[in-house]
Design a protein around this ligand. Sequence first.
Ligand code: SAH
Length: 252
Amino acid sequence: MVHFVGAGPGAPDLITLRGKQLLEEADVIIYAGSLVNPKLLEYSKDICTIYNSANMTLENVISVIQKAEAAGRTTVRLHTGDPCLYGAVREQMNELDRLGIAYDSCPGVSSFCGAAAALNLEYTVPGISQSVVITRMEGRTPVPEKEDIRSFAFHGSTMVVFLSTGMLPELQSRLIEGGYKPDTPAAIVYKATWPDEKKFICTVDSLAETAEKNGITKTALIIVGDVTAPSEYQRSKLYDPSFTTGYREAEK
Ligand code: SAH
């Protein structure tokens, strides 16, 4: 059996209880060493065999899993944040399907949630934005043309940009070309929830400069939109005394 487990954004106590238990029981752990906090490996058994996938190919990973399966051992494939975002899990799952190896998934706290926590931020503030676009700039991995940042920028909603810290001059011009005003609030969160976390509030047109000034080149999220520094917003209906909800009568 293989368990795909979300490690959370960095702080080792931000893995789920289920994820921790799976780590404690695993015979083999393959962890994404570039971003997973190695402190999480302290939850493993002494006899657990541990592999860092940072220096492995998909074929290497599958081969380790296949050998573990043949020996009746349980594998945890530990991915940063939640495996469902930029986790390259689809290709692993397809290989496991082909080999008839069973697997399941245990969610984790994605870094975009860790970053919101770092800033005490709500991405969906009534009257400002009710949508969050999660996207990235194209790198070696292409992004479909119809998902160009400019087309999402047109909506002016909250946007969280992964994997793009090295491309901020281009990102900020596309955001502005697409429709965000240059002075739209934005933020850079570096290593959210890690001990060396850093966060900067800036504006769309100062993203590149802010990152450069502070030496941020990777492991960061870019957050764009008025929710980053809300001025005028509407109260929620759910907690409004004049509204009746399924659980509470409106106050007269
Ligand atoms: N599955 C992960 C994302 C993996 S892609 C998740 O759910 O978070 C890797 C990218 O995620 C990094 O380039 C960076 O943009 C972002 N990232 C991961 N951990 C981060 C953290 N603790 N703080 C800020 N950004 C992070």
